[in-house]
Design a protein around this ligand. Structure first.
Ligand code: BG6
Ligand code: MG
Length: 227
């Protein structure tokens, strides 16, 4: 009885999307930029190690990439700037065709249900990416790496997005491709859809290969879990 009550207590009222790897495949451009940086510095880096960097902030990503290799602070800062310049250059090639399959349909379907829509991304380049994709006006709120909030897996970006939508966390469902993002959503008290392999996003309430296989009826009936 209590379970049924909890279910109806928290109807879905909003979706909070991660950006990189969910709405567009910039996860690939991030990977390529880190890989080029690693090669320039003689560091070992590959796709497998990159899985751990998904959703992780720029500085924390570099720490993971360095994997204990010591560099002085000036070098660390220069490496961050180099990687970002390389990544931003790659964004020049990004356009509306790079919105991943299913994204427009999911956004339209959500809108027709009256759900509110936000983006919460750790990236400081999120606004540029959304602009290039032609998606900026699709969302009522954008909380990103420029907000000065702790990065995922901290819940802050998602909580701020819910607040800007005027919704309680329990009414929001997060869509995430990163383990750190799934953890952040759970910490925020939100239900979460994982996009990608279960090895990466298996802690999510629902796992899909991509937005093209996401059914919003299934999202609407996700039970609020006891965590
Ligand atoms: C996340 C990406 O969205 O943003 C990470 O998944 C990235 O790969 C992080 O490191 C920070 O992005 P940026 O653009 O500020 O370096
Ligand atoms: Mg992501």
């Amino acid at each position: 009885v209590e379970d049924a009550a909890r279910l109806t207590d928290a109807p879905v009222e909003g979706l909070v999307f991660d950006l990189d790897g969910v709405l567009t495949d910039t996860a690939e451009q991030h990977y390529q930029a880190w890989k080029r940086l690693a090669e320039r510095h003689g560091l070992v880096f590959d796709r497998e190690r990159n899985e751990g960097l998904r959703g992780v902030s720029r500085a924390e990503s570099l720490r993971l990439l360095l994997d204990g290799v010591h560099v002085d602070e000036a070098t660390f800062e220069r490496m961050l700037a180099d990687k970002n310049a390389d990544y931003v250059r790659a964004l020049d090639g990004l356009g509306p065709d790079d919105v991943l399959p299913g994204a427009h349909r999911v956004l339209e379907d959500a809108r027709s249900r009256g759900w509110r829509l936000a983006v919460a991304s750790s990236s400081r380049n999120a606004r540029t990416v959304l602009d290039r994709l032609g998606l900026t006006s699709a969302f009522e709120a954008l909380v990103d790496g420029t907000a000065g909030l702790p990065a995922k897996p901290a819940p802050d970006l998602f909580l701020q997005a819910a607040e800007e939508l005027g919704l309680a966390p329990a009414g929001c469902v997060v869509i995430e491709d990163a383990a750190s993002g799934v953890a952040a959503a759970i910490a925020a008290g939100m239900r979460v859809v994982g996009v990608g392999p279960v090895q990466r996003v298996g802690d999510a309430d629902l796992v899909v290969d991509g937005l093209d296989s996401l059914d919003l009826d299934a999202v609407a009936s996700l039970p609020v879990r006891d965590r």
